[in-house]
Design a protein around this ligand. Sequence first.
Ligand SMILES: Cc1cc2nc3c(=O)[nH]c(=O)nc-3n(C[C@H](O)[C@H](O)[C@H](O)COP(=O)(O)OP(=O)(O)OC[C@H]3O[C@@H](n4cnc5c(N)ncnc54)[C@H](O)[C@@H]3O)c2cc1C
Length: 300
Amino acid sequence: MAIDGLNFEHDVLLAPYTTYRIGGPADLFLHARNEEELVAGITYAREHNLSWFLLGTGANILIGDGGFRGLVIHNEADGIVFDGARVTAASGVTIAELIHQSATRNLSGFEHFAGIPSSVGGAIWQNLHFLAPDRVNTLFIESIVESARVLLANGEIVDVDRDWFAFGYDDSRLHHEEIVVLDVTFLLTPSTRAAIEAQAEANLAWRAERQPPVEIYPSCGSVFKKIAGIGAGRLVDGAGLKGYRIGGVHVSEKHANFLVNTDGGSARDVTDLVRHIQSTVKAHSGYDLEMEIRCIGEFV
Ligand SMILES: Cc1cc2nc3c(=O)[nH]c(=O)nc-3n(C[C@H](O)[C@H](O)[C@H](O)COP(=O)(O)OP(=O)(O)OC[C@H]3O[C@@H](n4cnc5c(N)ncnc54)[C@H](O)[C@@H]3O)c2cc1C
């Protein structure tokens, strides 16, 4: 159905657009192939008082089995422009693509996030992070952000700098206001392709040893928020829950903060398993585990 030049689709199953492979249908769905379509889709939803949700690579969300009543916009806006050590990327570009493109230009920065499924927009929303090469400190995407263009709730498009985002741990201004990132300019550091690729390989190897590969074990990464100095995964493991299963979803044997959907599980399986883990860990160690992923749509 084309409206205002936008090709809306009806009743589109959302599961294939998430790394969990879970989620019911969206009433309306739009592939936003560029910034114009992204802005037009959001403007359409706002003008028609439609609920809407912007989906990146779907790696940090759990979509309910009942799906989404309203418009889901899949961000496919691409475009990467290099200017010396700076790179400006549209918000639908993946971090994997940026690692590849910047490595070929001997520019370092993105390789620290190798193996993490993310769009640029999702990375800013979350303040994407991973262990630094020393495996002690944490590196955040904010460290390479220089500026961005964003669409505000009032429809204005403005240029902003890094501080504007008020980045925190798993947090940015995007969690608290209806803001859409359109593109981001990153400032990278000159290096060599060999060093960049070696760091990316080291990170992938670190992950392969400790985390279930998402291609075989669909997941959303860590489900519970970090508990400083203890580790949510360790609490789940300590409560004897590795391998514990509800329906098609179970606690990964490799990393107890990953709930993996290996057998056609549902959002209900995930939320039931989350509740079981929370009460078992509370009884076992006294800690309250909080979910860090975002739940979207109707949970039945
Ligand atoms: C196997 C696995 C490992 C992971 N490991 C890590 C890790 O090491 N570190 C880490 O930080 N995360 C990790 N994650 C979580 C996930 O990869 C990140 O949170 C990622 O940044 C999510 O990006 P996305 O594009 O998938 O966002 P989505 O899940 O699609 O969306 C997440 C939120 O961002 C919002 N959003 C998306 N685009 C925009 C935009 N343009 N403007 C405004 N808001 C937007 C969405 O509306 C939504 O609210 C992991 C996930 C998996 C599956």
